[in-house]
Design a protein around this ligand. Sequence first.
Ligand SMILES: [Zn+2]
Length: 634
Amino acid sequence: MTKKERPSPMIAFRKIFSQPRSVVSAIRLASVGVFCVTPFSFALTLSAQDVSNVGASSSLATAVAKEDPKSELASAQDVKVQAIYKAVGGPTSPKVPVYWNRYHDNEEIETILKQLETQFPRLVQIESVGKSTEGREMWIATITNREVGQEETKPGFWIDGGIHANEIQANEVALYTTWFLAEMHGENKFVQELLRDRVFYILPSMSPDSRHAHFYEPNSTNTPRTGQRDVDDDRDGKVNEDAFADLNGDGHITQMRIKDPNGRHKSHPKYANLMIPVEPGDRGEFTLLGIEGFDIDGDGRVNEDGDGSYDPNRDWPWKWEPGYVQRGAFRYPFSLIENRNMAEFVLKHPNIAGAQTYHNTGGMLLRGPGSKQDAYEASDLRVYDRIGKTGEKILPGYRYLNVANDLYEVWGGEIDWFHQMLGVFTFTNELFVSYNYFHQSSAGPEQSHEFDQLLLFGDGLVEWQEVEHPTYGKVEVGGFKKNWGRQPPGFMLQEECHRNMAFTLYHANQMPLLKVQSVSVKPIGNDLHEITAIVENQRWTPTHSAVDLKQKITPPVSVKLESSDFKVLTSQHSPDVLLRNSTVQEKDQANVQIPSVGGSSVVYVRWIVSGSGKGKVVVTSVKGGAAEAAVVLP
Ligand SMILES: [Zn+2]
C-alpha cells in the first residue's frame, strides 16, 4: 500500500475502535511485537479475522485480551498512543492512566487502587487492613496471577510506604509498583513470571492521617513525621495547643528572620534566599528566629506542642525502648493502631519472604540491625550484600548501608521486627539524594539553591516577605516550600519510582523458588524401588534465613511422597549427589522434613518403597513455594 492509498489516521482509529476489545488488544500487541510495518498500514491491511489469528498466536495478546473483555477504556486515545510509538520499559497504553510526575493524596490513592482492581480483577485485589486513628481506611493491594497456583503457597513480598508521612514519595513508589505490575503483566515476560510465582502485598500509606495533614495543612518538608494521636508534649494538661503558625498563610511552614545589624547571619552572595553564618569579626544582617510560629499558649515557648510528636517507626517490638531511651517511642510496642493493623495482616501471611519499606531521604539502601547489640549471621549478610550492591547500580547515588553502624541506632524499628522476629530479608530505602541534582556526589545548601534556580526556576522557594508577628513585631518569613527538599520535583518523580521499584523487584525475584528438578526410579529387587527426587531452589535466597533457622520461626520444608499404591519403608535426604552424610528420617518416612534449602542449591531426597503404581512428590515450603511431580512405579 502506498502512502497515497492509506486512509487518514483518524479513519484508521475509528476502524480500530469499532472492533471488539480483544481485537483492539491484539492490534495493540501486534504492533509492539516483531512486525516491521507501520502501525497504520498494519491495522488497515488485516481483516478482523487476521487480527484474531495474530491474537491467538500470541500468548501475551491473549493475556491482555483476557484481562478485561468488557473494558470500556479502549478509547481512541488508547489506541492512538500505541499506534504512534512505545517507550520501552513501561506499559503501552495503560488502562488506568496516572500522572507519575505529581503526588497523590489519600483519596486519589484509593481511587487508583480501586480502578486497578476493576481493570485487572485476575491480578489485583484491594482490601482495608483496618482504620487509622482518624478513621481512614488503610488500603492494601494483593497482586498475583490468581489463575496460576494458590496465593498463600507463593512466596510473598511485602511493600509499604509513608510510615513517616512527610516522606511522601514513599507512598508513590508503592503505588507505582502496584500500577506497573498490573499494567505490564500483559506485555512483559518478567512481570508475568513474577506474578505467576510470587504474590505482592502493597500498603502504600502506613500513616494516612498524617499524609492528609501534610497535603492540606501548613507544614514543612520535615513534618509531620508523627501520627495524629493526641499527645500532651509539654505536660501542661492541654494537647496540640502550640503548633506551628502559618504567618503568611501560604501553606508552607518556613523560617523566620529579623533585620539586625548585629545578627550572625547574612544573605548568600549568589543565592539571596539562603542564609549563611558570618565569619568571626564580620557583622551580619539578620537574626534567625526559628520555624514559623509564635507562643500561642503564652508559656514562653514556641511550637512546643503540635500534632502528635511520636515516631511510628520506634513502635515495633524488637528491642523496643521507652521514650527516654529511644526518642519518639510511644507507650509500649505496637501502641499505634496503624502499625497493629499492618502487623496483623503480615502475621496472617507467613509466606512473606522479602520486605521493603520506603522512607526518605538521602539515597540509602538500608539493612538492619538497628541496634549495635545485634549482629546478623554471615549467611544472611551475603544475601543482603548481593541485593544491596546490585541496588547501588540500579539507583545511582544511593549507598548500601546498615542502620546501626552507618547511620544511627534505632530501637523498635520496623526493619528489625521483619528480620529478627519473622526471619524476612528486609530493606529500607531512603529515597531521593542530592546526587540527583547535578549527578555529582558533593552536596550542600548551595546545591539545592542552584538546582532550584537552574531547574525549578525558583518554584521550590518562598521568597522572604515581611509579616506582622504577634509578639516579635515585623519579621520576615521565607525558605524552602514544604514540597521541596526531601522529595523529588515532578520531572524526577517517575524515575525515582521506577528505579526503586526495579530494586525491589530484583529483591522479590530472588526470593526462594522451589521446583522438583527430576524424579528417578530404580528397582533394587524383592519388589522394592528406590525413588530419588531432586528438589531445587532456583534463586539464591535460602528458604530460611539464618535467623529463621536459629530461632525456629518457620517450619521445615516438607517433601512428601504421596501414594495409595505403594508403601514407604525408609527415607533420607542430603545436599550431596551421592547422598553421603545423609539425614535418615526415623518417623513418618513418607514426609521428609528438610530444615532449609540453600540459595541456588539442590537437595536429594530418597525413599525406598514396596509395591507398584502411581504417586507424586509434593514439596511445600512456607517461604519457598509449592511444587509437585508425578511418580510411576512399574
Ligand atoms: Zn522515615
